[in-house]
Design a protein around this ligand. Structure first.
Ligand SMILES: [Zn+2]
Length: 391
């Protein structure tokens, strides 16, 4: 990944934690924000860019995507090589619309590690990728094709799978199948899958490495099992009980409601598949009330679109934030969900998610204030910077 040195004048700086500052000069060196000042920084950073009257905010972080999937086809029928190439293209599409980091939560074989490493090594270009590799699941929990997923049975086997991902591949986080899935038609989305012991073995290993664990789950038992096993991020999460919410709040856990995966389904319902299944199983009906209760309780909520699923594209990831606002978030809270909170969900908030000294200069320049209207992120976007480099 190329890195840039320059100074940037921001008429307004959207920090990413809900704050806004006026008249800020950012000194960027080697892709990292070195200093912020209310005075010009002179020529010590070389090139100087003037964004008077503009809004400079952190790049968006979409912390739940599937880059290798083809929204219009069956990923299981394609070769790994093909899926890696598609993964690069999908990741680049997201970058073009201001998503400078992706959390990739559904690898197969070495595919997503290869894409991440190729981008990091400058072999190809793309956004920052934080990848879990293959989801850890029970036998047959996702696919009916034997051996196609990272299937485990028992705590020892789960621990070994997590260690393989973390040690051989340097997985950035671990993804667990705590329940069945809408997209796996042979499973019940609310049926628990991995046991508490199996999941706990994985959370121990991930936490030992300073990495987080994301639990795919629906329904009271699967969510409860995940929380009992020390899972850090509840993905989807219909439906949280009052007890779940209280526990998550107390322990600073994160909800990733993946609203874009659900809210887009109505316009595609005639296509059937996941679009009708989420209605039939009552999950769509639970989505809005569940989100509103989590929001009202003050849970930490992160952006995550599930892009790659049917009709869930990489060209409009930002709509996740619009759906959050439609259901009661303030634009400021939605900006935080798409920046700082998403960085927290990947345990990279020491590097990303805000524009402060020591953070990477992944930035968007907007013509209008996103704290007034969230859609200004995409309707007034003028520039995208990755690692201090203007794209
Ligand atoms: Zn997903």
């Amino acid at each position: 990944m190329k890195s840039g040195s320059l100074s940037v004048y921001a008429g307004y700086l959207i920090v990413g934690d809900g704050k806004i500052q006026e008249n800020v000069y950012l000194g960027i060196e080697g892709g990292v924000i070195n200093e912020l000042s209310d005075k010009p920084l002179g020529d010590r950073y070389g090139e100087e860019l003037d964004y008077s009257g503009k809004y400079v905010m952190p790049g968006l972080i979409d912390a739940h995507v599937h880059i290798r999937y083809d929204p219009l086809g069956d990923p299981e029928k394609r070769s790994h090589e093909y899926q890696a190439l598609r993964g690069v293209e999908n990741a680049r599409k997201a970058l073009k619309v201001g998503v400078t980091s992706l959390g990739e939560a559904g690898g197969i074989g070495n595919v997503v590690f290869a894409v991440r490493n190729a981008i990091n090594n400058g072999v190809t270009s793309g956004p920052r990728l934080f990848v879990s590799g293959e989801m850890i699941t029970i036998t047959g929990g996702r696919s009916k094709v034997p051996g196609e997923r990272l299937e485990v049975n028992g705590a020892d086997s789960a621990r070994e799978a997590a260690r393989r991902l973390l040690m051989y591949h340097n997985a950035d986080f671990i993804k667990l199948g705590a329940t069945g899935a809408i997209s796996s038609a042979h499973t019940g989305p609310r049926h628990p899958q991995l046991s508490v012991d199996e999941m706990r073995a994985c959370t121990e290993e991930a936490h030992n490495c300073g990495k987080l664990v994301h639990g795919h789950c629906y329904g009271e038992r699967g969510i409860g099992n995940s929380l009992e096993a020390d899972v850090d991020v509840i993905v989807h999460g219909q439906t949280l009980t009052d007890g779940h919410i209280k526990f998550m709040k107390k322990n600073g856990l994160i909800l990733m409601p993946t609203l874009k995966a659900f809210c887009g389904h109505l316009e595609n319902i005639e296509k059937g598949g996941v679009h009708t299944r989420m209605e039939e199983m009552g999950i769509w009906a639970e989505t809005e009330p569940n989100f509103r209760r989590a929001l009202e309780a003050g849970l930490t909520i992160s952006m995550g679109t599930d892009a790659g699923m049917p009709d869930d594209h990489f060209t409009d990831n930002y709509l996740d934030l619009q759906y959050m606002v439609n259901w009661g978030m303030t634009p400021s809270q939605a900006v935080t969900a798409g920046t700082l909170n998403a960085a927290k969900s990947l345990a990279v908030d020491d590097r990303l998610g805000t524009l402060e000294a020591g953070r990477y200069a992944d930035m968007l320049v907007l013509g209008r204030n996103p704290l007034e209207d969230i859609s200004n992120i995409w309707t007034s976007r003028e520039e995208v910077f990755l690692n201090g480099v203007l794209l």
